[in-house]
Design a protein around this ligand. Structure first.
Ligand SMILES: Nc1nc2c(c(=O)[nH]1)N[C@@H](CN(C=O)c1ccc(C(=O)N[C@@H](CCC(=O)O)C(=O)O)cc1)CN2
Length: 302
């Protein structure tokens, strides 16, 4: 049972998701789950506005459901909805859930390095209202984008890479984060995170890898692609695990290239794909559309 509550957003006008909540349920499949969830919501006169459900085996396996519902006076009534949901799920179900007020955006910290196209794209889309997030800070091991980031009104922190000994730099990151974020985005951040950091930070980390994984894991994928003579290059957004570029994939895309493209051409053309793939992954994660299961994801894309 987890209830994720982000920092309250400052809002002046009712938004499209005011008085709406998202309920994610997943676990051991059996008959009666959809009915049980619907019964709890119906008891509270909550109106289901969207419902996505998937079972990975018709004969019994894993169950996944995303439900968005509208409920007047949501903030005051959500705690009782949750208590009734807990009681219902205790009746012979083996399920986990998260329940979140959609009017409270998730807080995100963005890590960046020298290549800033993904970082600036996220900040630009956020300013246009395309991403339901609250950007708490940007941390970069390069100082170059400080002015641009501050132009977007986002705190910027420069934490230089400390070479082979990453522990000091990672300790600085943890100090800056201080548990004030709901997830982290690596926007072409070019430092390998230690398993200790990943464990201690305790929130999901999304990375954009500049290749169509599992091809070309690690550094320099465009040079590797050119060397291999590929006809497609791509990008992959995935959750970060200790195993480099091996985490559960959230979103991918590709673009056609030719023999005449130089590595610089591949980097330039691939950057468009990176930006699109990362922004979709960040939006879907922010809207609780992605459920991690073993080493893959169920994505109820919207
Ligand atoms: N634990 C993880 N850390 C990171 C992941 C991950 O999946 N698990 N993804 C990378 C991003 N990345 C490719 O997308 C990547 C970044 C950095 C390197 C690398 O070899 N870095 C060197 C230093 C390079 C430099 O200083 O320019 C290193 O860290 O020793 C490979 C792949 C982000 N982190």
């Amino acid at each position: 049972m987890t209830v994720t509550q982000s920092a309250p957003a400052v809002r002046t006008q009712p938004g499209p998701t005011d008085n709406q909540a998202v309920l994610i349920v997943h676990g051991k499949d059996r008959t009666g789950i959809v009915a049980a969830i619907s019964a709890v919501l119906g008891k509270h006169d909550a109106n289901i506005v969207s419902l996505d459900q998937y079972s990975d085996n018709p004969h019994g396996g894993a169950f996944f459901q995303r439900t968005v519902f509208a409920l007047d006076h949501l903030k005051a009534r959500l705690p009782q909805v949750e208590l009734d949901l807990q009681a219902k799920l205790a009746e012979g179900f083996e399920l986990e859930y998260t329940l979140r007020d959609l009017s409270v955006p998730k807080r995100v910290a963005i890590f960046a390095s020298k290549d800033d196209h993904c970082l600036l794209d996220l900040l630009w889309r956020h300013r246009r209202g395309e991403l339901p997030i609250n950007v708490s800070m940007v941390i970069s091991n390069h100082p170059d984008t400080a002015n641009e980031v501050r132009f977007f009104g986002v705190p910027f922190f420069h934490v230089p890479s400390a070479g082979p000994d990453k522990s000091a730099a990672e300790a600085q990151h943890l100090q800056l984060l201080r548990g004030n974020v709901d997830f982290i985005v690596l926007a072409r951040y070019m430092q390998i995170l230690s398993g200790d950091f990943i464990g201690r930070v305790g929130v999901p980390i999304i990375n954009i890898h500049h290749s169509f994984l599992p091809s070309f894991i690690g550094a320099g994928p465009y040079a590797k692609a050119k060397q291999r003579g590929v006809k497609l290059v791509g990008a992959t957004a995935h959750y970060v695990t200790e195993d480099l570029d091996e985490g559960p994939i959230i979103e991918q895309d590709v673009i056609r290239v030719s023999h005449a493209d130089t590595v610089a051409d591949l980097q330039r053309r691939g950057a468009d794909v990176e930006r699109a793939v990362l922004s979709r992954a960040v939006r879907w994660h922010s809207e609780d559309r992605v459920i991690r299961h073993e080493n893959h994801t169920i994505v109820f894309a919207g």
